[in-house]
Design a binder for this molecule. Sequence first.
Ligand code: ATP
Length: 268
Amino acid sequence: MTNMNTATTQPDTGELILSVQGVNKRFGGLQALSDVGLAIKPGEIYGLIGPNGAGKTTFFNVITGLYTPDSGEFKLGGNTYQPTAVHEVAKAGIARTFQNIRLFGEMTALENVMVGRHVRTKAGLFGAVFRPASIKREEAEIEDMAHELLEYVGISQHAHHTARNLSYGHQRRLEIARALATEPKLLALDEPAAGMNATEKVELRGLLDKIRTDGRTILLIEHDVKLVMGLCNRLTVLDYGKVIAQGLPQDVQKDKAVVEAYLGTPAH
Ligand SMILES: Nc1ncnc2c1ncn2[C@@H]1O[C@H](COP(=O)(O)OP(=O)(O)OP(=O)(O)O)[C@@H](O)[C@H]1O
């Protein structure tokens, strides 16, 4: 009898948003990443955790084109991409936020989101400056969309406020809105909860949950293990630049190497 289960005949990579394999990165004498890889499925929140200096940010910087890796294979939405420059990676479909918030502080919240959108417009930044008629129309659409995104992340009341005057939690939300404006295949968040108080963290969790429910895919670096365990579908744990565990939160949490890495028991 013919096997009707087509799922087993489909290649794995077709079902992945991001597939990264064999990443190595050395800084002088320090092997910051050793053969690191992960695979992220559509619609999941994927966590990347590990103790200080484990290599999380370096890995983020590699996949988003900020650092050139010594080796590695990268696929986004099934297509091979080379993370050679930040703007190329953004065009390919990864939008990221930074551990230290990087907004245009003197611009309004609305303008910050509109800048994010220019990655996807015909005009780009050039057209935004010189503004022929067709570009003005496009600008109006972008402005509408930016308002919607501010509403979506819950800070529409601050649309015309200067970014640097927003509270910390609202600046983080604004960064997420700006990243979403690029319509990314993957939203990569570098410690979005850093510096947040307990209430802001609960709200952030709600927002990330909503983004996932709306079908987006998130890669999350986070120090707050409770947040990660409660939110992520799957995760990878790095320690000293190596993957020490990968899988479901409940399994990873019990993993001996992970427990040792976090409690500082000499496992190396
Ligand atoms: N540009 C660089 N030049 C030299 N060494 C670096 C550079 N960036 C990172 N490193 C080193 O690589 C290792 C991994 O650092 P990385 O910042 O990726 O870790 P992390 O897991 O993000 O840590 P944290 O949780 O503290 O942010 C560390 O030993 C760090 O000192």
